[in-house]
Design a binder for this molecule. Sequence first.
Ligand SMILES: [Zn+2]
Ligand SMILES: [Zn+2]
Length: 269
Amino acid sequence: MFACTFVFPIRKGAMAAAEEAVWELSAAWWRSGQMIGSPFISARGASIVFRMVVPERASISPASGTDRTRAAWTAFRKLLRFRPRPTFDRLLVAPPVCRCGKPRRSFFSPEPHGPSSPLWCARCRGNVPLHRFGIQDSDTIAGLLAAEEEWEGLYWMWIHSGATEKVGLRQISDPDGEWFRDARGAVADFERAAGVEVYMEVFNAYSSRGNPEGRLCPSCGRRWSRIRAFFGLACHRCRLVALAPWYDSPPPRGWRSPQQRRQGKRRGS
Ligand SMILES: [Zn+2]
Ligand SMILES: [Zn+2]
């Protein structure tokens, strides 16, 4: 992953138009998965300085873009004195990027501690740049990114231990919860558009028994399967994965546990 900087030289008298056009370019880069997170956009004399995180150097090439990014770039280009070359600085703290091109199977598992896409490759375990899937409908990627941002909000609700702590954890750990069902719809749209399989992570913080493999898929009540990928546990029928729990202890008293709820359900029900 790289910090990518453009210094755009704006034509005389075109700064107001350029400020608008650069926002459209920014939105298009985000909605195509070419840029991760929000950019820093500043003025330097008659230039606009644009700093962003990109998954790889090729991310901002026209070939990685969508019709919308190409149109936004064409409009913005008319306001420039010349086309600048970007500079790239490798991020010192960042996950490795997937080496498999367009992985056939990945996991939706947002990472709350730094820039990344929400998808991780089941084969090489790298972070998967969303622009690689060649999806033209940017609402599909925007839906996935919205689900990622909501997940992070719910995660921090839990971590910060305020009044909504319990609600935050339940939403990301219960496949029957409101956030989970909504996010599953966004993931399904992405699967259809990209022609790949995406498993969703059931956030699994607390263990109700010592052995997580002895527990059941919280969606269908069947046993988890062991998978070699870093998540550890999977239900292929529900396209769910789970890590081994963080805490080898039951959830706090009174907290609803979707995992425990399924313990009594019969296999095959
Ligand atoms: Zn990979
Ligand atoms: Zn299941």
